[in-house]
Ligand binder design. Structure first.
Ligand code: NG6
Ligand code: CA
Length: 509
């Protein structure tokens, strides 16, 4: 209660005005979540060798955040936190999910979609899901409507990939059933053993004619690409990787058109730029960096199509667009797509050390852009510390929705910060690495707790994990690349950061 008063008192006049304004305008909200897009992968964040005019325009028309964080350095925990407002490390079973995982967010949990649904918005999720489907892991019948899905989490409409493009099942699901389901090719999925009659990539590398594996990704073969997990059937429902972005965009555009006369919330999670990177022919050779760069161009195109639709329907003024990424970048993530060889001086994580999976900044420090015409000053930048954990409470603040007691316990309302009316963001953010090592970071200091795991992930060449068996402390204000561990020189500060982390863990902060 006290906190809320402080927060309200510090809102600027503009923010106070936006409260009654919400009731009148009921803006649409589109949340665009890229996959594995790094802090340095967009032109407006300093990318080299790739043009991103559509995202840059979004930044020109809104605010670009320089200190924004995903909760975790991989997809499932990051998305879990984003949608529920609860840190993934509080909840078992939120690590990188297989394609046959049961629902990780439970129907009784209050989600960001529920915030909007409770206000009468049309709600949709389109693109990558990666948070499990159905009641029981491995028990889904992919040939029938799934008994549990996004409809139970506040989404009226969904058109999703169950997990990632490198995992089976390689089909889209629309409202809980396989889209274009092909009765002549019933779908079977296993994460244990090859299915009867299945030709697998370890035995038939010659059938991986579209992309070869660099490591892993050697089980089912779909569309000439090896995947994680086994799968047979699918027939005409199987996706073609080169058309995934087109399918996602077509359904996103359709969702906007269908709901143009009512307020809507769209969670648009692209497959780009996750592996396998296999962009459409239209984007091939459009960056100077091969398939990874071309996937960025395809991502940028997707953003452009959404914005074009909003403009055509005259909805762009009254639609809040937020664009960000689920975790930091990785170059070699298991396919022979020559991404590392073709960087040509481009730094996917910009000035940051580490990558996807890391405890270092490269793991979770991500791009974040907010555009709302007439409300967020165009072409601005903010250095405020912000975290995706706050999406739920911030959207509840915007829509004046009461969050049920006990829900979204880690999410804080940050509307005035996210709309750049207030320079001071969070006091701290928490970053989760692959092995659950936590870091706590203020605008000046970052503390990484000790971990005995290896300092490098050997398979993903060049990925420094940021793990050390001793405490690490960096002055991220003067040493954003986390070069110099100053823990030994600052024992009192280390102690303070450890105390803060302990309090956050206990839910006292
Ligand atoms: C890893 C995969 C990687 C990627 C990641 C999930 C292997 C060897 N590596 O296990 O390719 O799929 O999981 O990425 O299989 S995420 O962005 O969805 O978290
Ligand atoms: Ca990811």
């Amino acid at each position: 209660m006290k906190k809320r008063n402080i927060c309200l008192a510090s809102l600027s006049a503009l923010a106070l005005n936006s409260m009654p304004l919400f009731a009148q305008s009921r803006p649409n909200v589109i949340f665009i979540l890229a996959d594995d897009l790094g802090y340095g992968d967009l032109e407006c964040y300093g990318a080299k060798n790739v043009k991103t005019p559509n995202v840059d325009q979004l930044a020109d028309e809104g605010c670009r955040f320089n200190n924004a964080f995903a909760v975790a350095s991989t997809s499932t925990p990051s998305r879990y936190s984003l949608l529920t407002g609860e840190y993934s490390w509080r909840k078992e079973g939120t690590d990188i999910a297989p394609g046959d995982a049961a629902m990780i967010v439970k129907p009784d949990q209050f989600t960001v979609a529920d915030v909007f649904k409770s206000k009468g918005y049309a709600t949709g999720a389109i693109g990558k899901w990666h948070l499990g489907l159905g009641a029981e892991t491995g028990k889904q019948d992919w040939n029938a409507p799934l008994p549990m899905g996004l409809g139970d989490l506040g989404f009226d409409y969904s058109y999703i990939m169950a997990a990632t493009a490198d995992r089976v099942p390689c089909v889209f699901l629309e409202n809980g059933r396989v889209a274009n389901w092909d009765p002549s090719a019933p779908i079977k999925v296993s994460y244990d053993a090859p299915l009867p009659g299945e030709l697998i990539a370890t035995e038939h590398p010659e059938l991986c004619y579209n992309l070869k594996s660099a490591f892993g990704h050697n089980q089912a073969i779909v569309n000439g690409i090896g995947r994680i997990g086994y799968m047979t059937g699918g027939g005409k429902a199987l996706w073609k990787d080169e058309n995934i972005a087109d399918s996602i965009v077509a359904h996103a555009v359709n969702f906007i058109k269908t709901h143009q006369k009512e307020p809507f919330f769209m969670y648009l999670a692209t497959n780009d730029i996750h592996v396998p990177r296999f962009p459409n022919q239209r984007f091939r050779g459009k960056s100077g960096m091969g398939l990874r760069g071309d996937a960025i161009v395809q991502f940028d195109w997707s953003v452009g199509e959404v914005m074009k639709t909003l403009k055509q329907l005259k909805l762009d003024d009254n639609t809040i667009v937020i664009l960000t990424s689920d975790n930091g970048p990785v170059v070699n993530d298991g396919y022979d797509d020559k991404a590392a060889e073709m960087l040509n001086g481009h730094s996917p994580a910009g000035p940051l050390r580490g990558n996807k999976y890391s405890a270092f900044e490269g793991g979770t420090h991500i791009p974040f852009i907010v555009r709302w015409k007439g409300h967020v000053k165009p072409g601005t930048q903010s250095d405020a510390l912000i975290s995706q954990i706050d999406l739920l409470a911030t959207m509840a603040e915007l829509t004046q929705t009461r969050i049920p007691t006990g829900a979204a316990r880690d999410s804080k309302a940050q509307w005035s910060v996210w709309t750049d009316q207030k320079d001071e963001g969070r006091d701290y953010v928490v970053e989760q690495a692959l092995d659950h090592t936590l870091s706590v970071r203020t605008s000046e200091w970052k503390y990484i707790e000790p971990s005995d795991n290896p300092t490098r992930v050997m398979a993903n060449e060049n990925v420094e994990t940021g793990y050390l068996p001793t405490p690490q402390l960096y002055n991220v204000k003067t040493d954003i690349h986390e070069n110099t561990n100053v823990a030994d020189q600052n024992p009192a500060l280390v102690f303070d950061m450890q105390t803060l982390l302990r309090q956050i863990r206990k839910g006292q902060k």
